[in-house]
Write a protein that binds this ligand. Structure first.
Ligand code: 13P
Length: 250
């Protein structure tokens, strides 16, 4: 089955030239990859640079979107702008955005804006800490319920969920997640979706894993753990490491 591999470049690299080099190296490196759909999410300014890329394997995504549609909102980028730059996907609800004020309610507005503009939202959910009483499960349930408020059965078919436990993200991760932890969460997320919609929809929604993904653990999450794909931060900035992740899934 095809895996969805998302490269979240975050606020990297620092110049158009470096971004082109990175994009072209990834493009070359994935020539022989057959079983993955690759989505590259560069910073906004670089979306326009890659909009006309000829690769049939690489899709473009944004890392965020405005809650507004147009008008006097300095510094904001609308869903229709992303669409016009050939962005087919957009990450919303990333913990790094949530930590600077994004709420489930704003994520919900963003999801609805994106779907109206024919962009598939990649909705990040994830707890900050794991407690022994299982409170993290109700935290995730609330995130999903509130983020999907008003999203219809037809609309949800275009949506991807990414489980990214905050404690496993980035250089300051406290530890790596295990495939067992992902499996438990995948079952739980599907149950929440099934309660909200139905089991057919729950079955069809892709659930990705993100948080310190590398070539050594990619197989464990995406093959053994049954993730429908991976959301990769740091190792998507190094073409060799990114390629190694894709090769690990062959
Ligand atoms: P890292 O892969 O650098 O831990 O980042 C994960 C992430 O936040 C992807 O969205």
């Amino acid at each position: 089955m095809n895996k969805i591999i998302v490269a979240n470049w975050k606020m990297n690299p620092q110049s158009k030239k470096e971004a082109e080099v990175l994009f072209n190296s990834i493009s070359k490196g994935i020539k022989n990859i057959k079983n993955s759909q690759i989505i590259i999410c560069p910073p906004f300014p670089f979306l326009s640079v890659f909009g006309n890329n000829k690769s049939k394997k690489i899709f473009l995504g944004a890392q965020n979107v405005s809650i507004e549609n147009e008008g006097s909102h300095t510094g904001e980028v609308s869903a229709s702008m992303i669409f016009s730059m050939k962005g087919k996907y957009a990450i919303v609800g990333h913990s790094e955005c949530r930590s600077s004020g994004e709420t489930n309610k704003t994520v919900n507005t963003k999801i609805l804006n994106l779907i109206r503009n024919k962009i598939s939202p990649i909705v990040c959910v994830g707890e900050k800490d794991r407690d022994h009483d299982g409170n993290y499960l109700s935290f995730i349930e609330d995130q999903i319920r509130e983020c999907l408020n008003g999203v219809s059965k037809t609309q949800i078919k275009n949506l991807i969920i990414a489980y990214e436990p905050v404690w496993a993200i980035g250089k300051n991760a406290t530890r790596e997640a295990t495939k067992e932890e992902f499996i438990e969460m995948k079952i739980f997320i599907k149950k929440v979706i099934s309660d909200l919609y139905d089991s057919k929809i729950a079955h069809s929604i892709p659930i990705l894993y993100g948080g310190s993904v590398n070539s050594l653990n990619a197989k464990s999450f995406a093959i053994e753990g049954g993730a429908d794909g991976l959301l990769v931060g740091r190792d998507s900035l190094n073409p060799k490491k990114f390629e190694a992740i894709l090769n690990a899934l062959k």
